[in-house]
Design a protein around this ligand. Sequence first.
Ligand code: 3HC
Length: 699
Amino acid sequence: MTAINSVTDLTVEDGIGVLTLNSPPVNALSANVRDGIFEGIKQAQADDAVKAIVLICDGRTFIAGADISEFGGAQKGASLFEAQEMMENSVKPVIAAIHGTALGGGLEVALVANYRVAVPSAKCGLPEVALGLLPGAGGTQRLPRIVGAEKALEMMTSGAHVPAKQCLEMGLVDELVEEGKLREGAIAFARKVLAENRPLKKVRDLQDKMDAARGHPEIFADFRKANARKFRGFLAPESNIKCIEAAVNLPFDEGMAVERKLFMELMTGVQSAAQRYVFFAERQVWKVPDVPEDTAILPINKVGIIGAGTMGGGIAMNFANVGIPVKIVEMKQDALDRGLGVIRKNYENTAKRGRLTDAQVEERTALLTGSLSLEDLADCDLIIEAVFENMDVKKDIFGKLDKIAKPGAILATNTSALNIDEIATATTRPEAVIGLHFFSPANVMRLLEVVRADKTSKEVIATSMKLAKKIGKIAALVGVCPGFVGNRMLFQRQNQANALVFEGAMPWDVDRVLFDFGFPMGPFAMSDLAGLDIGYRKEDYEGETAKRPKQVRDELVELERRGQKTGAGYYDYDENRVAKPSAITEKIIKDYAAKSGANQRDISDEEILERTIFPMINEGAKILEEGKAIRASDIDIVWINGYGWPVYRGGPMFYGDTVGLKKVVERLEHYEKQMGDFFKPSALLKKLAEEGKGFKDLK
Ligand code: 3HC
């Protein structure tokens, strides 16, 4: 065995040079790995004992891409192109041996080998689009040459990790070898190549699929049209498409020049910076500084849920989906039956869409049982309370659970607003109490706010985070405060959305600005979708119990304009549920403003954006000051995964940094002068702005 460098070695086995990379965790193409490929292939070619070369990786995966953490820094060692050129121009056949995932630059390295073999569990993909990029090492020109323009469009704009069997069918992989025997299989394949005297096939020379697509611009036009909604706001998908068009229409080297130009544009742009930031933020969010990785994890083999409503049912599905039995408790038989019925319907609908088999529907529903008695939760390892938001009711339940639950069980509440420290006082074991704030629909939404109360134990936190991962959520650990992180910031946005309407903007103006910013819908369209009657109580504004004046929303509900479900809310809806601005809503708003003495005026889009977004950034800063979130990037994860914040803007805190905190503070102070304390910048925000820093500089 010859060590090429610290991460690469070369062994020669009966004429086959096996070049092995070992750079944990994922063999990303850092300078050492690139050097290792360059030098290793060079030496293998110079070695007369080597007749063919196998490139293989140790550890959990083949090369998973360029080293994202090196982006933006000065390049050291061999460039990726130099390493690829060395491989592609090898005078001896080169075989890439793939296990785990060959992704991005990793697949692009495999694409300059003459042949590719893989184990059945391997996956290949070009996921650069998810980082706001395109494959920048020839992938945009080579992939279509093997798989054709249509499949390349799918793969590159989705970033999908394609299973080896499919790769074999597409020709991307030449042969599958036995699971667990990649090295032997690849060597045997190399021998076959030699024995059969197979040519040194270069992907760049394949031309038939490009010729077939040339003269068919509709391939691209149709694809753009079909995906317009999905790609809205993102720059990278369109650049990926343009590169594939270049592959079809231009000679290889000219296509490469197009790829380089568009890659550099994306790489230096703010969207890719945001998406790369999110990649790391999604991994950081699991790390809790004062809860070490080796903290004991409590076994969760059975879950209890109190409440079979929309929330309870959705939560239950998460556990059944991963094979954990769930007992659901309701107060009345009909509510229980209804809840279990809705869950079954949900599963059956998924099966109808082909995403579950009938057998899976049965398996999952069999894991869900109902009960009318809290006592039946005695053997559960985790109990999640998901009843309506009322402190007395919740305390009563937790007091009872304290007596019923077995020692060591986790007692969780799904509250989205109530003080969990107070809920915990109803028990004699506050260390077992935690918030698990799921978002609706709970079986679909990726976000979980794990809410740590004053006395929650580290084991309970560690177990909750681990469990969140198991059920496919992304969990952010947050502290107890009104609305926690997500809703606390949402309140800021909603407050200003309402204020703007009071001052002269129409709901559709506010919605349009936020939609154009990248949210899937604005706050008023969202209210219409959710139903304006959620939380509506006439006694809140009428009669002796009144605690606030009547508002626009109340008027709409009184007119039976309860949102999409009644065909009207803030908007009018046609039979296809397409929203149109409503003259009735406009009149209600104008009358209401006149009655309240509001001085309605024209409001610019810029003001709408600043007044809805900047107070959120300010609130995020307060959350950090108070230690209710661990990192600014955790707040961004909450907003991207729970509230539709556009990922290409990196989350509210990243966006604040992009705008510049100095400007954010200036604008907040400008509005503070006009409208008062609501806009007062937090001490942290001011400090960072004065020091010319951003949230990214916080440690
Ligand atoms: N660069 C740098 N670090 C990387 C990395 C990469 N490409 N891929 C993963 N890592 C790091 C992660 O940050 C994480 O670090 P941590 O342990 O310190 O948090 C560690 O490797 C393990 O990663 P995961 O936790 O994600 O491990 P999984 O086993 O869940 O997933 C994976 C493995 C599927 C490879 C996943 O990490 C992944 O999808 N990686 C990114 C792949 C990618 O996007 N490649 C394209 C890069 S861009 C490119 O190649 C440009 C080229 O065209 C020029």
